[in-house]
Write a protein that binds this ligand. Structure first.
Ligand code: AMP
Length: 302
């Protein structure tokens, strides 16, 4: 089943203890779409500027990604720059230039409007809502990601958008900021009142946690000896999670648990190299092998 995503397609500047790049292809929707395309067909909605070349667009070609909804406008592509701490656990944003996203009015191609699975990747909450409203029938599953930038600048818009989604998928510090609760289980209760009935908290090297009416499910992060660049790990997690669910056409508890594992698998691959380098060269057999490794990682007898 096809999966619709709206979010940033960007150029990133990244500084980590392992190296520095001034301008690499990135963006939440880019990481998400590439990760999800290993599981299902993806319809991409976003905007790029005239500095986005055919070579950049090659990341989407030869995959199950439809880019009719990727608008090309005059001006510069969204630019974000960040710097990681020595242990890669903390990141500061150095620059966020919305550029062409500032004036973006998304218009869904007709064929995207039947989407059953929708992911509102990190971008202005009003754009996320605008896209969701253009989908004809209420999707089987709508999920949303956001970050501190939008929680702080567009809080009311974000809360309005949250009323219309099933799953909120954010990191731990954003969960705390949005809910004003330090404890993640209490934070989940707050978030359920805002709309989403499922919360997925991405916790970097500590894995991810899903909370819903059935309780809590946790998945570890895949232990890596040489992580290089965590940029996009959260979006790749979301791509694996939503891609798996859309591909399987299910959303029951067992499917959600498997989706958590595929999310963690895709996030772990992204961290292994800079930017999209690892994700773009991945093979399906590697994905399934790593998912099987998760069984070994977590199985025990009582
Ligand atoms: P993650 O590491 O999963 O949080 O995602 C990093 C990606 O998010 C980068 O490739 C950035 O281009 C993109 N990004 C950073 N800040 C924003 C923002 N305020 N809105 C949309 N996308 C952003």
């Amino acid at each position: 089943m096809s999966l619709l995503v709206v979010g940033s397609v960007a150029f990133d500047g990244i500084e980590s203890p392992y190296g520095k790049v001034d301008k690499a292809l990135g963006g939440a929707a880019t990481y998400f779409a590439v990760a999800a395309s290993y599981f299902t067909h993806v319809d991409l909605v976003g905007i790029v500027g005239d500095d986005f070349t055919s070579k950049d667009a090659a990341i989407f070609r030869g995959r199950h990604i439809d880019t009719e909804g990727l608008e090309h406008a005059e001006g510069k592509t969204f630019f974000w720059a960040g710097k990681y701490s020595q242990n890669l656990n903390e990141r500061v944003t150095l620059t966020t230039d919305l550029n062409v996203f500032a004036e973006f009015k998304p218009k869904l191609p007709e064929k995207y409007k039947q989407a059953k699975y929708v992911f509102l990747a990190n971008i202005a909450p009003e754009l996320q809502r605008d896209v969701l409203h253009q989908v004809r029938v209420r999707p089987k599953l709508a999920a949303l990601d956001t970050m501190n930038y939008w929680i702080e600048r567009s809080n009311a818009e974000l809360r309005e958008t949250l009323k219309h989604v099933d799953i909120l998928m954010i990191n731990d510090s954003e969960t705390r900021e949005l809910s004003n609760e330090h404890n993640l289980l209490r934070a989940a209760k707050h978030i359920f009142k805002m709309g989403p009935q499922t919360l997925v908290v991405k916790r970097g090297e500590y894995g991810a946690m899903l909370v819903d009416k059935n309780g809590v499910f946790c998945v570890p992060a895949f232990p890596l000896e040489e992580p290089h660049d965590p940029t996009g790990a959260g979006d790749s997690f979301a791509g694996g999670f939503m891609g798996y669910l859309a591909g399987a056409g299910q959303k029951n508890d067992a499917a959600l648990r498997r989706a958590m594992v595929y999310g963690s698998v895709m996030g772990s691959f992204t961290v292994e190299k800079f930017g999209l380098d690892r994700l773009r060269s991945l093979k399906r057999t590697e994905i399934h092998a790593r998912a099987r490794h998760f069984l070994k990682l977590t199985q025990f007898k009582l």
